[in-house]
Design a protein around this ligand. Structure first.
Ligand code: ATP
Ligand code: MG
Length: 315
């Protein structure tokens, strides 16, 4: 089986228990939950039984330990997660607004995540990897970008593949070097996983169809569009397949895109037909939104199959 590696932030998430605008007054909070887009992604891959690991850094604190415990327990190779004694584990505070949008306060760039680099342990992990997944949210710090560039070149030299989820938060778009880093990763991407307007980030198109055609002409092998509750679509040189989402009670949408991506990449690496891959990834996304906490809803292969059995014919 192919080994999947990702590189980027491991953080805890602390979420507001009430809906409202931002964090300008004292409000009640819940957490810490293991989090970080690459960490959620790789946890989903591990739970599906695919060999996988992550290159990252945490602090020598409980926020780091809660993440390490969870990732290890779920089967992620944690050998390339360094512990920085001088910086705390990263964190993200999140609060939902009435319209479903979110406000974040991030402590990532100045946390242990700032130490992310290709250490000897990271080199060893990458030397046995077949596939690299990159999250746009990891491109906010220069050190991580350098490490991602190095990882991409190692993977490509090994004949491996790269998937890319732009996963851009409005709070991050203005960061210096972000645009260049996004463009670079896109230029090396085999499997592209945008949601919403991210489809149009790297092309000049007015319609979805034009955007898809332009993206394929840039050397991308396949594009998978995430459409929230509406489901997802797969496009490659063979054609276009779309599948509606499963009905699910949305307890907490954070992490749905990352779990969807982990499941989709796993299916793609196993050579599954697009329709089957979309069904499994939509199920992983639906299961993820049903649980509070970004990584809490990552499901095993068995749980996904059970879900699909109970939902057959309901799409
Ligand atoms: P995130 O906001 O976490 O980055 P995303 O925008 O990358 O997520 P979404 O499209 O929100 O990704 O969700 C990914 C997938 O999860 C969807 O394509 C769908 O299959 C599933 N999903 C998301 N929300 C729901 C929902 N409310 N009900 C059912 N399925 C959902
Ligand atoms: Mg979303």
């Amino acid at each position: 089986m192919k080994k999947v590696v990702t590189i980027g932030e491991i953080v805890v998430e602390i979420m507001a228990t009430t809906i409202g605008d931002g964090f300008l007054e004292p409000i009640s909070l819940m957490g810490p939950f293991p989090s970080g887009a690459p960490a959620i992604f790789i946890d989903q891959v591990a739970r599906m039984g695919q060999p996988c690991g992550i290159v990252s850094f945490v602090g020598d604190d409980d926020f780091g330990r809660t993440n390490l415990n969870r990732l290890r327990q779920d089967g992620v190779d944690c050998s390339a997660i360094g512990v920085d004694p001088d910086r705390p584990t990263g964190s993200a505070f999140v609060r939902y607004r009435d319209d479903g949008s979110r406000d974040f306060v991030f402590n990532i760039r100045h946390s242990a995540c700032a130490s992310i680099a290709i250490t000897a342990e990271a080199k060893a992990l990458l030397a046995e990897a077949d596939h690299l997944h990159v999250m746009g949210s990891s491109l906010g710090s220069g050190g991580t970008v350098t490490a991602i560039r190095e990882s991409i070149s190692t993977i490509k030299q090994r004949g491996g593949t790269v998937s890319f989820d732009p996963n851009i938060r409005k709070e991050m778009l203005g960061l210096s070097g972000m645009r260049e880093a996004l463009e670079y990763v896109f230029s090396e991407t085999d499997l592209f996983l945008p949601s919403g307007d991210e489809l149009y980030l790297f092309c000049n198109a007015a319609t979805e169809k034009d955007a898809l055609l332009q993206i394929l002409s840039c050397g991308v092998t396949a594009v998978v569009i995430k459409r929230g509750a509406a489901g997802s679509s797969f496009f490659d040189a063979e054609g276009y397949v779309s599948m509606s989402g499963f009905e699910a009670e949305e307890v907490d949408p954070t992490g749905a895109g990352d779990c969807f991506g982990g499941a989709l990449v796993t299916c793609w690496l196993r050579g599954m037909a697009p329709r089957d891959a979309l069904a499994i990834a939509n199920a992983a996304g639906a299961l993820a939104v049903g649980k509070r906490g970004p990584m809490e809803g990552a499901a095993t292969w068995d749980e996904i199959e059970q879900f699909l059995l109970t939902r057959q014919g309901s799409q």
